[in-house]
Structures are given as structure tokens and as C-alpha cells.
Ligand binder design. Sequence first.
Ligand code: TUI
Length: 316
Amino acid sequence: MWNNRVTRLLNVEYPLIQGGMAWVADAILAAAVSNAGGLGIVAAANMPPELLDLQLKKVKELTDKPFGVNIMLLSSTADDAIELAYQHKVPVVTTGAGTPGKVIERLKPIGTTVIPVVASVALAKRAQKQGADAVVAEGTEAGGHVGELTTMVLVPQIADSVDIPVLAAGGIADGRSLVAAFALGAEGVQIGTRLACCSESNIHESYKQSIVLAKDRSTVVTGRYTGHPVRCIRNKLTSELERMERDNVPVEEFEKLGSGKLRAAVVDGNVIWGSIMAGQCAALVKAVQPASDIIQEMFNEADAVINELSSMFRDV
Ligand code: TUI
């Protein structure tokens, strides 16, 4: 049923990859997603190389299925992550927050599948030209570092502009949004927020509860004036960051307040002054469930939605 270009490219059961969430996407989460038939991802983020090396060894112990590594290109450790992906012959690499040229140059020769996450048509076209195997089109509904365009308008424009498969991200958390992504021209999805909130995720219980309790307007984007806007669940930290942005305080001061705050939320459960990165679809996440239940539920729901849609205008 779900066999398409993406499942064949990734050698997985479902056309679903996990978001490369810093501090969240570790070997345990990645293995849980891969064992459930999706593509689990270990986020290199700012991890020291020794730690990433251990995580890559661990994910190989926990699953014999394909998995990936996300390389955040803004990170000072991005070059080390590329080398480790090379040494470990990681099957898939996703990239974020920059142009993936050097990742493709180093890893394509050993057959790594490279999938840049992009937030514009221009970057998608450039990624295809550079040799990317697919792209993730990430709308501004997503959590963390975001672009300006919504998934609804970004995905079809990118699908029209490239020949490689497009995976949709941002706002996808149930069977309806999954089907919508396919309707927009995506051939797969990247899921962040709902998987961050799964039983196998290492994030603090208070962080998970912030996601489960989130409502439609619970998230906010701060830091547009720094050039690196970030979507988080509203709390004292985001209020203070909004105030600083309004008062046009020097960017260094703004960034100083934000620094270390994702760790504070994920590890310490500081949901007042920590950075609770999450997408707008947090409001659609109703419970903490095992990764395999989430994935199966989403695809079962999608199946039902497709059936309902195909009969919708025939049942008079
Ligand atoms: O990268 C993400 N999401 C992230 S990264 C992150 S860590 C971070 N923390 C604080 C500040 C900044 C980052 C948290 N969440 N998603 C993928 C993504 N990539 N979204 C948008 C982009 C993107 C943006 C600009 C991709 C390429 C790009 O290119 C700019 C250029 O170099 O031309």
C-alpha cells in the first residue's frame, strides 16, 4: 500500500522520516522509529564527535534497519559529523539550516542518500542540482528553526520545481495531515513534534506534557530579527525574547538569553525558562504513545481518510 519512490529510496516500510531534533533525536528514538518501519534519525546538532560516534554505534546495536543522521549546517561540529557519517557509512543523511554542498560532495561517492531540509523553492532547486536524492520541504508550522512559507504553499511549489521526491514537514501529526501532504505532491513526510512526544523519546516528562497540553495558538516564533527565527511553545522565555525583539536589543544579548535553553527544557524539564521547541501541530498531539503506535495510527487513519475522500462526493 505505501510502497513508493521514498520507501524504495530509503528501504523502509512507510514513507516517513523522523525530524532531526537537537537534544531529542538520539539512538534510542532513532532505533524506535526505524524498528517501527519509518526512518529514524540521530541528530548530530552540536554533539561533540566522541558522543556522536557512541550514538552511531548504539543505533546500529538497537536496530538492523536503515537509519539516518541529521547534520545541522550552522553547527561548529558539522564537519566532524560529516566525517563520522562517512566512517560509519550511515545510509541516509538529512541536513538543515544551510546549503548541503559539502555533505553531498563527501558522502555521495560512498552511496549515502542525502536529503536536505529546505524552506524555499530556490534552495530545493539548488539541492537537486548539487545531487540531493530527495528534499524535505519544511513549512513554517514546524518547530525549531523555521522559514516563512506554510507547508500548504511550499510543498506544491517545490514538487513542481524538482524531479526528485519531496517529503513534507511542518504541521503533520495525524492521518489527515498525512493525506494532505500527499495531495500537495509530497511522496513522504517528516514528523518531528509528535515523535518528540513518544514514549521512547528522552525529553523530560514536563516537556512532553507541554506538547500534550498545547492549544492552537500555543506556539510563537521569536528571533526573526536575528535571521534565525525559532518556533517554541510560549512561556516566560518566549515573552522575554519577544520583548527584547520589540525593544531591538543587540542581537548578541538576545542570543545570550536563548543559549543553552533547549537543553534546559529537554534535559532539566525547565518549561518556564527553557526553549520548548515544537511545531504548531503540538495541539494535535493528544497523548504520549510508543513510536510504533504513532506511525501505525497515522497510516491507518490515512488509509481511512483516502477511502472517505474517494466516496465523499458519490454518497448523495
Ligand atoms: O534546521 C531546522 N530546524 C532546526 S535547527 C535547530 S538548532 C538552532 N537553534 C537555534 C538557532 C538556530 C538553529 C532547531 N531547529 N530545520 C530545517 C530548516 N532548514 N528549516 C529551514 C532551513 C534552512 C534555512 C536556510 C535551510 C537552508 C537555509 O539556507 C540558507 C542559506 O545558507 O542559503
